[in-house]
Design a protein around this ligand. Structure first.
Ligand SMILES: Cc1cc2nc3c(=O)[nH]c(=O)nc-3n(C[C@H](O)[C@H](O)[C@H](O)COP(=O)(O)OP(=O)(O)OC[C@H]3O[C@@H](n4cnc5c(N)ncnc54)[C@H](O)[C@@H]3O)c2cc1C
Length: 232
């Protein structure tokens, strides 16, 4: 049976607060509210680059993470900070890593909704990058977007616009963080480990996306290894 459900009236879906050492964001919270409260600057930066300010007032975190538009850019800061989502269906509740929602086997079942997103407080103010490249205008769907978060000596990376879903690849990260080899070679070794088919559409061919990805990763790694932080 088809059903239309408005979850914005559920109190748990509307919280956005630090509680017991964790940032808890309800899935009905709008992108504007996340940016205004600014508990997690990397996430604020990411949501401010989605659509425009008027539309950010309407789009919810749950809608951006699970809607039909494939980019789901708010997932990137959540992936690089090892965030979890609390999902509920009639059988109960489960707390799963954010990347599971894009996994066919471990992902949401058709009757399950995301109630909240949980980020450990220690990740909120780490050095970070968020770089979004579009084909033409500043406000557009991404050609490629990358979030990076420096956790100790390791930089965690999340990608959108490369495949049909946002992803974080631990294999690519291991290579990109291997300081025993030069940055250009690290990137050339990492790219063949992209975990899916590379997008080919009107925004860009596979070759152009690989070129752009290489350029962006080089900029990010150069800056991070020099300064530790970069605005996209
Ligand atoms: C003009 C425009 C520009 C955009 N640009 C970008 C962009 O640059 N980058 C980007 O990443 N996205 C972009 N988007 C996509 C946008 O972020 C949302 O994905 C989309 O608009 C849906 O958001 P919504 O809050 O209205 O969700 P809704 O329309 O309410 O929900 C969409 C679907 O998501 C599912 N859903 C919603 N909430 C939940 C939940 N809590 N649990 C489980 N399932 C749920 C449901 O299946 C629902 O049908 C853009 C959208 C528009 C309209």
């Amino acid at each position: 049976m088809d059903a239309v459900i408005d979850i914005k009236g559920i109190p748990e879906c509307n919280v956005c607060e630090i509680r017991d050492g964790k940032l808890v964001i309800g899935s009905g919270v709008t992108l504007n509210k996340v940016a205004e409260l600014n508990y997690f600057p990397l996430l604020s930066r990411a949501v401010k680059r989605i659509a425009d300010h008027t539309i950010q007032e309407k789009i919810t975190m749950g809608g951006n993470l699970t809607g039909t538009i494939i980019y789901r850019e708010s997932a990137l800061p959540l992936m690089v900070s090892n965030s979890k989502v609390i999902a509920v269906d009639r059988n109960g509740e489960r707390k799963i890593p954010i990347e599971y929602i894009y996994d066919r086997e471990k992902g949401l079942n058709p009757c399950e909704i995301i109630v909240q997103i949980v980020v450990e407080e220690r990740f909120l103010n780490l050095p970070h990058v968020h770089v979004k490249r579009t084909k033409n205008e500043k406000i557009d769907y991404p050609l490629i977007t990358i979030s990076g978060l420096k956790d100790g000596e390791r930089i965690n990376f999340g990608f959108s616009g490369v495949c049909e879903y946002p992803f974080r690849s631990y294999k690519m990260e291991d290579i990109l963080n291997d300081r025993s080899i030069p940055i250009d070679r690290r990137i050339s070794k990492a790219i063949p480990n992209i975990p899916g088919r590379i997008l080919e559409d009107l925004n860009g061919s596979v070759e152009y996306r690989i070129f752009m990805l290489h350029t962006m990763l080089k900029e990010i790694l150069d800056k991070f290894e020099e300064e530790g932080e970069l605005d996209g």
